[in-house]
Design a protein around this ligand. Structure first.
Ligand code: VG1
Ligand code: CO
Length: 544
């Protein structure tokens, strides 16, 4: 087998975003595009010779082809061993767990997460480091720098590897282990949750759940967990076969894109519990019968009830949430007397806090929750956490959340996304807000007085690294807040995200519909940022 050194020229657009490099499939199919990025990863890592890497993806279109290319490049670059998921499948959380378990140098996860797949959809490459978490900014910056100067890449000339079943291979000098990625994940979950108790709940006949995998990566994991190990009847998992184009859907677990599940949970004879996960399995949506749990509330409820779950029975070291996530969990942390950290958007910012044992649970408003069991957010983990709480408390999802609001107050919360707007005006909108932050302070808008306004900057309490320009915050004296930022995961134009929150301690005011409760702030957001004027849109594309 021959190693070829192929001459190449840089692409200028290989800057990783919130979660890896995400582009249209057609971009990744351009000659040398994938190869350049992968070689840049190898070039910017130290001491890769003989090391172990984990490799797999969410099963979307181009996953298999990309894996074959990466295997040959890894061998040519001197990697010692690769653990690759059977059929090329590795959910993001499962990959994180295996990197940790096998003390690998890191992993390459192929996913564009919730973005649509298929030949006209998106593809993505994420690099995770030895702790199992997304590469921190200093690593992604080094990779990006390398993409700008790359002149050649190395690849082995060899036949493709059969990924259909677990087996061991040799590719040049490199060992390949094609492994089942489901069982190690199930085993990890068994160390955290009371499987007997959950089994009692799911097989009692009195409690019904629906889990929608949206034809994305969690299908095999969900079948194994809920139907095989936890005794739920077959049919509990919907859309459980991963498809290259996710059946044409948008594998994003929210009220808009998981509408089939929403209809089931809000329909006649609805089950007691519903959940969905995203393309790569790191996000989750939790529903009760005719009841939606906001991700921010979900994090707060898990925090408040953590001691009911075996893996967390000794309490939590602390919690962390991304800046735009509502402050619901802050209320719980205050009561528990634990620290609550506020980080920029993206799971990579939780890594240091988890490693240093400053935080045990973390969460984002974008349907992501996770803990120190791995270094990624984990969709099915959140579902099991909820089931464990439900099994112990014997109450409905709605009862648990309403009871929570009574104790801690309710954080009304929503996010408005203006997807695929023109980049120019979207950047101008943000620049304008940025220039206004100083003058906004103390300004009165009807009943609202601006208490503070800034462009969020984060100093990592562990390594002191600083991340600036993480979103414009406008906080009001009554505790309500509006946040504006541009998405770092989109592939078409720009996506403006507007996050709106208000706090209501009075339980008699907890029954207002969310958009209604937030109406004055929604109006104010447009007034301050001139959203309609800059985007040319009358309303958001997605409301979550
Ligand atoms: C979005 C979410 C963010 C999440 C990121 C990756 O980023 O807002 O909370 O961490 O996606 O999630 P952005 O920059 O588009 O707002 V995933 O499931 O796509 O890895
Ligand atoms: Co995801």
């Amino acid at each position: 087998m021959t190693i070829h050194t192929v001459t190449t020229t840089p692409f200028t657009d290989q800057k990783p975003g919130t979660s890896g490099l995400r582009k249209a499939v057609t971009d990744f199919q351009k000659p040398n595009y994938l190869e350049n990025f992968i070689q840049s990863i190898f070039d910017s890592l130290e001491g890769i010779q003989g090391q172990t890497l984990v490799l797999g993806g969410d099963g979307r279109y181009y996953n298999r082809q990309a894996i074959q290319i990466i295997l040959k490049m890894a061998s040519a670059n001197g990697i010692g061993r690769i653990l690759v998921g059977c059929n090329g499948i590795f959910s993001t959380p499962a990959a994180s767990g295996v990197i940790r378990k096998h003390k690998a140098l890191g992993g390459i996860i192929l996913s564009a997460s919730h973005n649509p797949g298929g030949p006209d959809g998106d593809f993505g490459v994420k690099y995770n480091v030895a702790n199992g978490g997304p590469a921190p900014e200093k690593v992604t910056e080094a990779i990006f720098e390398r993409t700008k100067t790359i002149t050649e890449y190395k690849i082995l000339e060899a036949a493709d590897i059969n990924l259909d079943r677990p087996a061991s291979f040799k590719l040049g000098a490199m060992d390949i282990e094609v492994m089942d990625s489901v069982e190690p994940y199930v085993e990890l979950m068994q160390t955290l949750f009371d499987f007997e108790k959950i089994k009692g709940l799911l097989s009692s006949g009195g409690f019904r759940m629906s889990m929608d995998s949206l034809h994305a990566v969690t299908g095999p994991y969900a079948h194994a967990l809920f139907e095989k190990h936890l005794g739920a009847p077959s049919g509990t998992v919907l859309n459980g076969t991963p498809l290259e184009d996710f059946g044409g859907g948008h594998p994003d677990p929210n009220l808009v894109y998981a509408h089939d599940l929403v209809e089931i949970l809000f329909g006649d004879n609805a089950p007691d519990f519903g959940a969905a996960s995203d393309g790569d399995g790191d996000r989750n949506m939790i529903l009760g019968r005719k009841f939606f749990v906001t991700p921010s509330d979900s994090l707060a409820v898990l925090t408040a009830n953590a001691k009911l779950v075996p893996g967390y029975k000794n309490g939590l070291a602390g919690v962390a949430r991304s800046m735009p996530t509502s402050a619901a969990v802050d209320q719980v942390a205050k009561k528990l007397g634990i620290d609550c950290y506020e980080t920029p958007t993206g799971w990579k910012f939780f890594g240091n806090l988890l490693d240093a044992d400053k935080a045990t649970l973390c969460g984002e408003e974008s349907f992501g929750t996770g803990s120190n069991h791995i270094r990624e957010k984990d969709g099915l983990w959140a579902v099991l956490f909820w089931l464990n709480i439900l099994a112990v408390r014997g109450e409905s999802v709605e009862q648990i959340v309403r009871d929570h609001w009574k104790t801690y107050g309710r954080n009304y919360y929503c996010r408005h996304d203006y997807e695929a707007v023109e980049s120019g005006p979207a950047n101008e909108l943000m620049e304008r807000l940025r220039s206004m932050t100083v003058e906004l302070k103390g300004k009165q808008y009807g009943d609202y007085e601006v208490a503070y306004s800034d462009d969020f900057s984060y100093t990592d309490p562990v390594d002191g690294s600083v991340s600036q320009k993480q979103g414009i915050r406008i906080g009001f004296t009554d505790g309500s807040r509006i946040v504006f930022r541009l998405s770092g995961t989109g592939t078409k134009g720009a996506t403006l995200r507007v996050y709106i929150e208000s706090y209501e301690p009075d339980a008699s005011q907890h029954n207002i519909e969310t958009q209604e409760a937030l109406k004055p702030l929604i109006k104010l957001a447009d007034e301050i940022a001139k959203i309609k004027e800059f985007t040319g849109r009358d309303e958001p594309t997605v409301i979550t």
